[in-house]
Design a protein around this ligand. Structure first.
Ligand SMILES: NC(=O)C1=CN([C@@H]2O[C@H](COP(=O)(O)OP(=O)(O)OC[C@H]3O[C@@H](n4cnc5c(N)ncnc54)[C@H](OP(=O)(O)O)[C@@H]3O)[C@@H](O)[C@H]2O)C=CC1
Ligand SMILES: O=C(O)C(=O)Cc1ccc(O)cc1
Length: 445
């Protein structure tokens, strides 16, 4: 039994203990390959119909591919479920009863409330529960990225064993409860995705490829475009799961949509003073001391011009670019202010995407002349009016869809926009990966 065999020093664990992974999608494969490469014995499976193909795919590794989760569960001492968050209950219900006596079990899904509920309900009482969550996608190097560890029902030795297994990622391990995890990731992930998903829907609704349009070129626009395409190149269920299943996420996404709508109404009603005061008050709460925003020098900003300008999908010369009203950025700061969220407090649990989103927001808000220009453009220039209208509809649409908890319509909305951008994903992912690596290398911890 795992608890007995865990006695002894951590180097001997590798010789005796086996790691199980159920679900060999993008994340499960990454986990299996890295953990196996670190010298652990790994048993892994996906759905039975994928057995032959997976055996072939992993034939150059020591990973023991099995037909199903029963076979993985029976022989593994630490078992990790890496399946769609929407299916976690169903899958744990199926394989949980086959769990080896005394084994440690956890999940790698992005939202912990349903995962922990499923593990508690379907696992035998002799098992322990230690879950985790890598706060990055499968194509990003795990080194230095946050990795949340949740010791839910376990001995300190069980936590040590899981820590030891996951140490091969070289990630920054952050110990949280499941509740803390969900509250923080609602702020860092769900609302960030809502903003980029809305940009994609708005561009598609206007039948625009933003990199072909002069008003969407350079600097901040590169980050918006690359990250939006990055999200739409991924699987819909990852974003649907962490938004719909996380109890805190609905409130955040709803507030984001309200912030977008209220700011847009102030713009079209030309209520300049109210609009400006509201932005300044939000800015002071998020970025400044109570009385003033501290402008930063370009060296101090998380992101800098020369970094931002390098990663364009388009080729519009700098002097032909037009300033933007940046409703999406004004609204996120308004949303943080309304919810009393200080995003810097969440850096321990941040994804690369969130750090870049915060980076571009800071870029705008900590350069007063840029913020003033953005406010002036929003209030006086109609160039972005119809784009901002579509963005407002899009943000409201996503909030409604998440609010109804409707996976089916989330999928339809996501895939319709995904179809619009199809064909540009390969290039966008390549540029996006370079951008992420460069920006992360330039940003402070
Ligand atoms: N992608 C990302 O950026 C990140 C994802 N996560 C989380 O990790 C989890 C996995 O995500 P990801 O790898 O991207 O998604 P994938 O869809 O690539 O992988 C999930 C895999 O689990 C399989 N599966 C479903 N049911 C079973 C079952 N009964 N037995 C065995 N396998 C099964 C799926 O098969 P099928 O496709 O046929 O249903 C699929 O191959 C999700 O919960 C996600 O929220 C966490 C961090 C980052
Ligand atoms: O960085 C992001 O937000 C991503 O889009 C990748 C991602 C998706 C799901 C997770 O649970 C963690 C990371």
């Amino acid at each position: 039994m795992a608890t007995t065999r865990m006695n002894g020093d951590s180097s001997s664990w590798k010789e005796t203990l086996e790691v199980g992974i159920i679900g060999l999608g993008d994340m499960g494969k990454m986990y299996a390959r890295r953990i196996s490469a670190a010298g652990w014995k790994v048993n892994a499976c996906d759905l039975p119909q994928k057995y032959e193909a997976l055996k072939q795919e992993f034939s150059d590794t020591n990973i023991n591919i099995l037909q199903n989760g029963h076979l993985v569960s029976r022989r593994s001492d630490y078992i990790m479920y890496s399946v769609e968050a929407e299916y976690i209950d169903r899958v744990v219900a199926m394989y949980g009863p086959s769990t080896k006596l005394g084994a440690i079990v956890g999940g790698q899904t992005s939202c912990k409330a349903p995962e922990i509920a499923a593990l508690e309900e379907h696992l035998p009482p002799d098992t322990q529960i230690v879950s985790c969550h890598s706060l990055h996608g499968p194509s990003v190097s795990p080194r230095g990225q946050p990795l949340v560890l949740i010791s839910h029902r376990c001995t300190p030795e069980a936590t040590s064993l899981v820590r030891s297994i996951l140490s091969c990622f070289d990630s920054k391990i952050v110990e949280l409860s499941a509740k803390e995890h969900d509250r923080i990731t609602a702020d860092t992930q769900a609302v960030t995705h809502a903003a980029f998903l809305s940009m994609g829907v708005a561009w598609a609704a206007n039948n625009q490829f933003p990199w072909e349009v002069t008003r969407y070129n350079g600097g901040i626009e590169n980050v918006k475009i690359n990250l939006t395409l990055r999200i739409y190149s991924n699987k819909w269920h990852v974003y649907a799961g962490l938004a719909i299943l996380n109890p805190s996420a609905r409130k955040q996404i709803k507030q984001y949509a309200s912030s977008v709508t209220e700011l847009y109404k102030l713009i079209i009603e030309r209520r300049a003073e109210e609009f400006t005061n509201r932005i300044h008050e939000a800015a002071r709460f998020v970025f400044g001391s109570p009385h003033s925003i501290n402008p930063l020098t370009s060296d101090e900003l998380l992101l800098r011009d020369e970094v931002l300008d390098r990663f364009s999908l388009g080729s519009v010369p700098k002097d032909e670019r037009t300033p933007n009203s940046h409703l999406s950025l004004l609204a996120i700061v308004d949303c943080w202010w309304k919810l009393r969220i200080v995003p810097y407090d969440h850096m321990i649990c941040s994804t690369p995407l969130f750090r870049m989103w915060l980076g571009v927001t800071e870029y705008l808000f900590k350069q007063p002349q840029l913020l003033d220009e953005c406010i002036r453009i929003a209030l006086t220039d109609d160039t972005f009016r119809s784009d901002d209208l579509e963005f407002t509809f899009a943000a409201r649409g996503w909030a409604e869809c998440v609010g109804f908890g409707d996976f089916g319509s989330y999928r339809k909305r996501f895939e319709a926009t995904q179809g619009f951008f199809e064909g540009r994903f390969e290039e966008a992912t390549k540029i996006g990966n370079e951008m992420i690596a460069t920006i992360l290398a330039h940003t402070k911890d």
